[in-house]
Design a protein around this ligand. Structure first.
Ligand SMILES: [Zn+2]
Length: 71
């Protein structure tokens, strides 16, 4: 699973707009170019909503892809 502590730290204290529940770090799955990645992101413990920061959608996941290709 990919960990992004700086993202978890930045969204600390955020609440789900639907449930008013504090977001907690949790395992989510992102699909990218036909592959599924396990990523730790801020997740609502009640409804499962999670945040995908723009930088992750655009940048970090590309790094993940490159790491996998290097193997
Ligand atoms: Zn929620």
């Amino acid at each position: 699973m990919q960990h992004f502590p700086e993202i978890i730290a930045r969204y600390e204290g955020w609440v789900c707009q639907k449930c008013n529940e504090p977001l907690v770090p949790g395992k989510t799955q992102l699909a990218y170019l036909g592959s599924v990645f396990d990523v730790e992101l801020p997740v609502c413990p009640k409804c499962g909503m999670f945040i995908v920061p723009e930088e992750l959608a655009m940048g970090k996941i590309l790094e993940v892809e490159q790491v996998l290709e290097d193997k």
